[in-house]
Design a protein around this ligand. Structure first.
Ligand code: GSH
Length: 240
């Protein structure tokens, strides 16, 4: 088994080939983008192994797989490499159709992708605000902007009158957005959802999902990791 919980850095030996019948994920335990892929792997019950990467000191063999140097990356037994989180999730959806996470209807599928584009404009706030407030800088303008974006998301959900963003069961778009909500408590941003009651209810429902439960960290672990991250020395193995 090539799985490595502890991250591998520069100078480490490259892992062997991906075993037949499996797929490999290159990841970092606390990366929200990689969490998207991990959620889809878990939800679909896909056999996989995981190699965690030291993102501060990346192995050369990792940079050869993804020249962008980012996780998540998927690798197949045939040596095909797929990166960028939405692309990895779409790949898994196409190759493992057993439990469909995207709607079959082209317009509904397009709606999920458009919503993801909107949400992508919100993710930088989840980093910027805690970083600035740690330095004692004023974050009120950014917080207002984030609140506005969350209210828009709330309106989207409320207008659908469904439990989740793609209907009454969890679909791809819910998993794609979830990782940032999981970290809101740790980042001290939960109050930004005060004007977004439906969205708050959605987060409560999401917490009941077996894949989310299986993958999430408790807030103490997140706090420990993010403290090391903000100090400029991310401990990717925190808690191991
Ligand atoms: N657009 C990428 C995706 O959606 O997969 C973003 C992935 C990303 O930013 N991953 C971070 C990373 O690999 C970890 S959370 N950072 C390494 C670096 O910036 O050098």
């Amino acid at each position: 088994m090539a799985s490595s919980e502890k991250c591998l850095g520069k100078g480490s030996s490259p892992p062997g080939p991906v075993p037949k019948g499996m797929i490999r994920l290159y990841s970092m335990r606390f990366c929200p983008f990689a969490q998207r892929t991990r959620l889809v792997l878990h939800a679909k019950g896909i056999k996989h192994d995981t190699i965690n990467i030291d993102l501060k000191d990346k192995p050369d063999w990792f940079l050869m797989k993804n020249p962008l140097g980012l996780v998540p990356v998927l690798e197949t037994p045939g040596g095909q490499v797929i990166y960028e989180s939405p692309i990895t999730c779409d790949y898994l959806e196409d190759v493992y159709p057993e439990k469909k996470l995207l709607p079959a209807d082209p317009f509904e599928k397009a709606q999920q992708k458009m919503l993801l584009e909107h949400f992508s404009k919100a993710t930088p706030y989840f980093y910027k605000i805690p970083m600035m407030s740690r330095k004692g800088e004023d974050t009120s303008t950014l917080e207002e902007e984030l609140k506005e974006k969350l209210i828009k998301l709330n309106e989207n959900l409320a207008s659908k009158k469904t439990k989740y963003f793609g209907g009454d069961s969890i679909t791809m778009i819910d998993y794609m957005m979830w990782p940032w909500f999981e970290r809101m408590d740790t980042s001290g941003l939960k109050h930004c959802m005060d004007g977004a009651p439906e969205l708050k209810n959605w987060t409560e429902r999401m917490l009941e999902d077996p894949s989310i439960k299986a993958i999430m960290f408790d807030s103490e672990t997140y706090k420990g990791f993010y403290k090391s991250y903000q100090e400029g020395k991310p401990d990717y193995d925190y808690g191991l």
